[in-house]
Each structure stands twice: as structure tokens, then as C-alpha cells.
Design a protein around this ligand. Sequence first.
Ligand code: C2E
Ligand code: CA
Ligand code: CA
Length: 707
Amino acid sequence: TWHVQIRLQHPSGITAIPATQPRPDIIGRALRRLAAGLILGLGIAALHYLGQASYRVTGQVAWDMSLVAVSCLVGLALFGLALVFAGERNRGLRQLGAPLLIAAIVVLHIGGMSAVTLTFDPQVALPATAVAPATIAPVLAAVSFGLLILAFVGLRLTLHARAQQRQDQQRLRDLANIALEGLAVCNGEVIAAANHSLERLSGLTQAELTGRHLSALLPGLVVADLPEQEERDTELAAADGQTLPVRVLRKEVLLGHERQTVVAIRDQRERLHTEARMRTLAFTDALTGLPNRARLGDVLTHHAAILRESGRGFAVLMLDLDRFKFVNDALGHAMGDALLRKVAERLRSALSEEDVVGRLGGDEFAVLALGVQESDRPQRLAARIVEVMERPFLLDGQLVNVGASVGVALAPQDGSDPEQLLRNADLALYQAKAEGKARFRVFEPALAERLEARRTLETDMRRALKAGEFELHYQPLVDAQSGLVTAAEALVRWRHPRRGLVSPADFIPLAEETGLIMPLGAWVLRTASTDATRWPNAIKVAVNLSPVQFRDDRLPEIVEDILRETGLPAHRLELEITEGVMFDDEERTLMMLSRLKAAGVGLAMDDFGTGYSSLSYLRRFPFDKIKIDRSFVRQLPSDAESAAIVRAIITMGSCLGMMTTVEGVETAEQYAFVASEQCSQVQGYHVSRPLPSADFIAFLVGQKAAA
Ligand code: C2E
Ligand code: CA
Ligand code: CA
């Protein structure tokens, strides 16, 4: 017989093996079973005829040899066939095995019995060795019975073992089916069985999966090359033509007596999705949906690398809302959040597609702008951002004006590493704020130098405060008519170990910014009060208050405490306050001034005429004195307009019952003019420069002597 083996070539190059392919060793096995049948037949025939030949009877035994031959041949053939059928896979054929075996035994038996003829002959005597039937019968019965019992026990054991095996297999299948991972048991690279998960994952049925080559399922992976117990990420080709990300693990196992490959396939969609989501969360600002600081840092690093390779420059714009704190404090955080979202939207729409805008935190945003080759794009962009932020935002039916300031740093001019660029943009932003907000500034190296200088100044100042390097100088204020000293203004100086005497103009603004003005201001108050206790009772001391000190609600208590401590009567202390504090919050200012007034100290409005001097302030607030700024005095008495202003202020002061002090009087003409205009006091270099405490006392003594 010729068996033609047919292999079908799949388009993918995978060989599919037809299910009906005859096994090449089937014939060999049948022949082996035939031989076994013949051997069995020969044994039984020998047993039968040996038994028959052992008969001992009182008579003659005659054999018909032809019948013996026929029974042997037919019997042997039937034995052979019986075993061939018994081993068949096909159930119908297999069931023929038992009847054929019985037939073979019957043929042997009947043939054997018919072949013998027994003739009685009393002459023939039974030999002495013959066993009596009465003896052999019980032995035979016992042996037969024993055999039957053995057979029965054997059958029970076999059935039990089979049931156990079936149960084990079912359990294994159930287990495999509960597994979340797809499992495939393979013969080599061909799937022999798969679990439900793999069916679900691939969209193929068990029948479709069985016989499929693994490479059709996992095109990107040669499973045989995958080291055992090592996981590998690849893609699974599903039935609907889609590919799914999976992780594959191979394991060699012994199932029954066969070595088989089990391939575990884990769905990675969920994990990858979660990871992607985590990545998004880690890199976006939850409030605005814009890239966050980390993401922006990455983008900057990326463009810095491009810059190094191709020289393509970019700009970093940093912006900060000017009045965000106000919105947040006055309207609540929810409104603040809503505002930030709107700001993000507006920013996005003001930029081009390729620019990246992110939120750095709080009300700080940064923009990475490309296309800066067209020379002034960053400037135009910054101006545009300032402009769009100027327009009011509509929040819950309210129009809110916030405005923004922008700092710009250019790469590579102002640095090429992201951190430096952000720092420089921040410096420029700081400068824009300092210059009055709602504007932009481009970074320049001088800004960094200035900031550096400020930083050293700040630490230096903290040290100086502890080291006692500050001192007070006093500038006399004289009665315009009598020329006698009636008060002195305390002016702080810093005796710096290296820089000598430093003017307050050089450190007061920084002290205000850093909050150092609080301890410094208290020191000035305490020292001035102490010094004044040593002066004649008629002489007052004037102390300058910074708007920052004025914003502290505890100021009246601090002043009262210091007066109590030093023993200076309250009416001898005068506080000089600039107009700057007036437009903070009128109600609060009024309240504060009233509390100070209630403490018994005098209040002077300093530098009147600069900034936003308003007559209404004078009426509204309880000042005792107006100090006319020295800028008006400088051009006196020649400049008619300055003269008119000074005259008007003096007149107005006296109408409101306030004293007037003219500051910065440097010449005798100026003195003569303001004295003739009936101002109350004069202060200026013409009278005296600010003097160290001891010199001031000497000045007083000198004046008394002159008088
Ligand atoms: P200010 O309150 O207007 O003080 C008067 C300033 O004018 C002083 O400058 C004084 O030396 C100067 N001056 C006085 N007479 C003349 C004159 O005839 N011609 C010219 N050109 N200038 C004259 P100084 O001492 O440098 O103080 C500057 C500013 O620093 C002060 O202006 C004041 O605002 C602030 N300041 C000084 N000491 C303190 C202080 O202890 N606390 C606070 N908060 N500020 C202070
Ligand atoms: Ca002053
Ligand atoms: Ca002044």
C-alpha cells in the first residue's frame, strides 16, 4: 500500500497538517499485533492439545489428525485477527476483538474434542501415576476461582485508574480555562490544545486553534528560540486582523509520557493603557491640561539638543499673572482655578501650533517658542501675550482684570541649557514686574549681575543687623521764623566695614522687599526714641515709616511698646508716612492712622507733591503736618510755577490747621522765600546736614550758646 503524504502550503508559509493523514507506523503495529495473536494462539493450542494428550482412560484413544490441523490453523488465524482488531482505534472494529477471541477458543476446543475417539477396553489398566478425578477437581476449582477473583480485582483497578485519569485531565482543563492567561499546549510549534482565554484573546475557536502553527498566532516571535522562563513582549495576530500587545512565556512540560511545550500568552492592553495614562498624568497639569513643569523640562531639553545639532534657536517666555492673588483671595479658590483655565485657553490661542505652553505651578506659565529666526518673533509674541492678558476675563458673570508680565530668554544667546534659560527668563520677568507690571522684558546679563548683587546685599544686611552696623543720623528741623531747632528727623545709615557709610536709598528698598524692614524699622524707632530722651523736652524726633511697616496691623502696639520701654512721651514722637500707603486700602489706612493718633504720636505726610498727592487725602486723613518735597524747592525762588505750588500747599495746610515743613532748603534765598510764605518749619542742608547723634547734641548746644 502506498501512502501519499499531502502537505498544504499556507500563504503565510506555514504548513498545515491535514487531520486525516495516515500514521506511517499503523501497519507495523497491526503486524506486531497479528504476530502477538499467533503466539497467543500457539500457546492456547499447545495448552489444549497437551491437556487432551494427558487423558488416561480404561480404553483406546484414536486421533483424527486432519481435524487437529484444521482447528489449529483456523484457531490461529482467528487469534491473530482478534488481537489486530482489539488494538484498532476505530471503536466498531475494536469491539470485534472479543467475539473473535471467543470464536478462536471455541474452534480450537470443538476441533480438538471432535478429533479424539475414545473406545472402552477393560484390558487397558489405568497407570499408577494417574491422578484421581476426585483429587484434581477441587484443586482446579480453587485455581479457577482464584483466577476469576484476580481478574475481577484487576478490572476494578483498571477502571478506577481510568476514571482517575479522566478526572485529572478534566481538572487540568478546568484549571487552564480559569487561567486569565491564554495557554496553548503545543507539539513542537503546532498547537494541540488551547484554553478559553486564548480563544477569547485570539477570537478563534478551540477547533480553529488546534493544529495552527504558533508563528501564525505570534508572527513576531520564534517560540522555539525563546529561552524557557524568559518573558518576551510581542504581538498576537487576532482573528479580526488586529494585533494585540502580549507577553509570552514558554515552558517545557511532561504531559503523560510526552514532552510538550506550554506557551502562556498574557494580554498587555490593560497594563499598557494604565502605563500610558500614568505617563499622561505625570506630565500634564491636572487643572489646565497643559504640559506640567516636568514635561516642559523634557521639551526644553529636547530643543536644547536640536539646538546643539542644527543651531536652531528658540525662546523661553515666562509669564506670571499680575493680580492673581487678588482674585484668589477675594473671589475664592474655585474662581482662581477657573481663571487659570481661561488663562491657559487664551494663551493657547495666542500661540502658533508648534509653540509649547505649560504651567509651571501657581499662576506661572512658560512658553517655548520656535521660529525665532525671524528676528523679533519672541518680542512680538511676548507683547501679544501681555496684550491678550490685559483684556478682562469673564468669571461667573464678573469682569476680572488680571494682566500678566512676561520675561523672555533666548537660546542660544541667553543660555542653552534648560535650567539656565528658565532662570534667565524668570529674571527678565522679575524685572518686568519691578518696572510696573503688564509688560515684557528680554533678559540681559546686567539683570543677573544686579540680582547677584542684591543677593549678597541681603545676606550682608542680615549680618549687619546682628553686628550692630546700623546707626542713626539726625537732621534738625528749625522753626521758620525763629530759626530754632524744634525737631530732628532720624535717618538711618549703614556703617559697612568695607563700603563705609551706605545711604538708605541703597538698602531700604531691598529691606522692604525681603521683610528685613520690620526688624530694622523697630530698631530705628527704639534707637531714635532712646536718643530723644536725652534731648531737651521741647525737641521732637521724627521717624520714617515704610509702607511695609504700615501694612502690619501690630504697628500701633509696637510703637506703644517702644514708647513705654524708652520712656519717651508719645507727643514727642512724629511718624513720617509717604503717600504710597494711602491708596492701598483707604478704610484700613484711616483705621491705622486713627489708632496711631490715639496712641498720642504725631503724623506727618512725607514727600508731599510727589506721586499721586491728592487734596482729598489731606482732608480725609488725620495728619498733623505736611512735608513739602524737596523737588519743588530746588528751583526756588526763580521758578514761578514751583513758587506757586509751594505757596498753595502752605496756604492749604494752614487752612486745614496743619503744620508745613519745607524739605531740601539748601540756600539762604530758598530759606528766605519759604519763611516769607509762612511755612512752619524748614529742613535742609542750609540749616544742617544729617548729623551723628553726638554731633546733633553739639549742634543743639552751639545753637543755645548763640541764642
Ligand atoms: P526722606 O524721608 O525724604 O529724608 C530726607 C532725605 O533728604 C535724607 O536723605 C536727607 O539726607 C536728604 N536731605 C536733607 N536735606 C537736604 C537738602 O538740603 N538737599 C538734598 N539734596 N537732600 C537733603 P537720606 O538720609 O539719604 O534718606 C533718604 C530716604 O531714605 C529718606 O527720605 C527716607 O525716605 C528713607 N529713610 C531714611 N531713614 C529711614 C528709616 O529709618 N526708615 C525708613 N523707613 N526710611 C528711611
Ligand atoms: Ca522723611
Ligand atoms: Ca521727605
